[in-house]
Design a protein around this ligand. Structure first.
Ligand SMILES: [Zn+2]
Length: 476
């Protein structure tokens, strides 16, 4: 089975590569296959003695709400630093990050005013992060539908004085829910801008999920210079469908939106860093991380507490087996991914002088479901090497290596030629709970998150320990 899966992977890879690279992969000049027994030991230990789930349980208990600027964010930072120390990491430090400070407030509701038979009924909603509030009595206006962001401009004068509901569903035909999210999320990020341009007084967006339920999904939204700021909130998919069906049947729908969220002055957050220093080439660095901040609903268990705990656990696992790779493994728990990317940008700014020695950056920020493999933007030579490691993970069901990015927090390093690697779990259930009250510890499987950490540990260890350094990408 292993041999068969590997041949397929190599055949796929071969189509993408120059002949010399194919030769390198086939003959395993990099020496990857020598790590097979170690990889198997790492994976087995991740399942029998893994601690990713236990770490996540602690984090969700200590700091269930940890949006940038909140007391929970500070508690999460303190927990992470203490945890890295207790686990014996080296060079532990906090690095300053300036972060936005948005607070949801204690009022958030959408209620029908018309049709009369529904007057007073609630539609499940959450204010979007960054949105302004409404007047105390709320905003009451007729609703007009838009099938996606581009459709808003086409509404023109019809939208003036109204509430625009951006209601384009995520494409259910796509296998990757991340692809479907990517195709729909501009409605959430830019909906208030486009709606304000055509004179709307507020905007609502269909929650970013392929599901049909009563759960609203929050997330980041933006305003633009020179465009009026209007309140913006997400409604559940069932709620959006209900509103749309009423309008499509010819009824006039009037809603009252009330929310008292607001933005406070910027404040201070931190990236949390700890290392396992390399035994031979300590100056060469492999980053592994996730983002420690999370939306202020649920516990941010899958997004991205679990990813942070997998990053910590991947390195802890390697240490626990008495392994110290040639190169340095650096855990970075980033601040402020959700509403600013302050942590990823601050990391690059603080470490620009050592970017040339960053071999690889790996992020887990796609949930902690069953591991399937990785995504990467690696150049063909590096891709062939990563692909050889993936082949060692095929028995664990994690042998995929697909073209793609690594993660938002490590994204700023892409322009510096740092190969991006993203942990790729099964994506089917992630958007059931992404950015919702439902993203809690009980939705995480201990075996899935621990095996995922093992898969990350195996990939990291081999790349950090190979005799030759993974080739960097060209700097754009
Ligand atoms: Zn995330």
């Amino acid at each position: 089975m292993i041999h068969h899966a590997r041949s397929i992977l190599l055949a796929t890879t071969a189509a993408l590569l120059a002949p010399s690279m194919v030769h390198a992969a086939r003959t395993d000049e990099a020496g990857v296959t020598e790590y097979q027994a170690t990889v198997e030991q790492i994976l087995a230990t991740s399942l029998s003695e893994g601690q990713a789930y236990d770490l996540l349980s602690e984090l969700c208990h200590v700091a269930p709400r940890r949006l940038s600027g909140s007391p929970g964010a500070a508690a999460a930072t303190a927990w992470a630093k203490k945890t890295l120390r207790e686990l014996g990491f080296e060079n532990i430090r906090l690095e300053d990050v300036t972060v936005p400070h948005w607070v949801r407030g204690d009022v958030g509701e959408v209620r029908f005013a018309e049709p009369p038979e529904l007057s007073g009924d609630h539609v499940p909603m959450l204010a979007l992060g960054g949105s302004i509030g409404t007047p105390d009595e709320g905003l009451t206006a007729e609703v007009i539908l838009a099938d996606g962001l581009d459709a808003v401009a086409e509404l023109g004068e019809q939208a003036r004085g109204k509430i625009v509901l951006l209601n384009r569903p995520m494409d259910p035909s796509l296998v990757s829910t991340f692809d479907a999210y990517g195709g729909a999320v501009s409605q959430r990020s830019r909906g208030a801008i486009e709606a304000a341009k055509v004179g709307a007084v507020a905007a609502l967006v269909r929650s970013m999920t392929p599901g049909h339920d009563d759960i609203p999904h929050t997330g980041a939204m933006h305003y633009a210079e020179g465009i009026p700021k209007i309140p913006f909130a997400a409604v559940s998919t069932n709620g959006a469908d209900h509103i749309a069906s009423l309008i499509e049947s010819g009824k006039r729908v009037v809603l009252n939106l009330r929310q008292n969220c607001r933005t406070l002055p910027d404040t201070e957050g931190h990236n949390v860093i700890g290392e396992l220093v390399g035994r031979e080439s300590p100056e060469e660095i492999l980053v592994v991380g996730g983002h420690l901040d999370a939306w202020d609903v649920g516990e941010g268990a899958h997004d991205d507490g679990g990813g942070c705990c997998q990053a910590i656990e991947a390195v802890r696992l390697i240490k626990s087996l008495g392994l110290r790779p040639r190169r340095t493994l650096r855990v970075v728990l980033f601040a402020n991914e959700e509403n600013g990317l302050g942590g990823g940008n601050a990391y690059l700014a603080a470490h620009r002088n050592e970017m040339g020695r960053h071999v690889l950056a790996l992020e887990s920020d796609s949930g902690c479901f069953t591991p399937r493999g990785f995504t990467t933007d690696a150049n063909p030579e590096a891709f062939a090497i990563l692909s050889s490691v993936s082949a060692l993970l095929a028995n664990a069901g994690a042998g995929l290596l697909e073209p793609g990015g690594g993660g938002a927090d490590i994204g700023p390093m892409k322009a510096e030629g740092v190969v991006q690697l993203g942990y790729l779990p099964d994506s089917q259930r992630y958007f059931d709970l992404h950015h919702t009250h439902e993203d809690t510890l009980d939705k995480v499987s201990p075996r899935e998150i621990n095996l995922g950490a093992g898969v990350m540990a195996a990939m990291l260890y081999v790349i950090a320990d190979l005799p030759t350094t993974l080739p960097r990408n060209d700097v754009k």
